[in-house]
Design a protein. Structure first.
Length: 113
């Protein structure tokens, strides 16, 4: 990884600033749709939110705890809320890293078949 961001704007082929984060799906989604069509794949219309749903569903199948999935999705009012959220200041970084590693392994297996 280069720089401080996992998804810097410079990797999108749309914007070229590595000091800012990826944001806004409009142009990148159009590029992705064009690449899918060029590859000859027939994928019906899909909103970017489907990626979040797929990610969350698959993390559940990989037995990632719900509160870890919600942290990864940046849900602030999820399973850890109210008083528990006030007192529980654990970052869950190791747990999130483990969940993302499992997801990466799952994607790699799917793409290699």
């Amino acid at each position: 990884m280069q720089g401080d961001y996992l998804f810097p704007a410079s990797r999108t082929k749309v914007r070229g600033n590595p000091t800012t984060i990826f944001n806004g799906w409009g142009k990148p989604k159009a590029l992705l749709d064009a690449a899918i069509a060029e590859a000859g794949a027939a994928i019906p219309h899909w909103p970017p939110h489907d990626l979040r749903r797929t990610f969350a569903t698959n993390l559940a199948a990989l037995q990632a705890p719900v509160h870890v999935t919600e942290k990864l999705l940046n849900h602030v009012s999820g399973t850890v809320s109210g008083v528990a959220a006030i007192y529980n200041r654990h970052s869950y970084m190791d747990e999130m890293r483990d969940a993302v590693t499992k997801w990466d392994e799952r994607l790699t297996a799917l793409l290699s078949t």
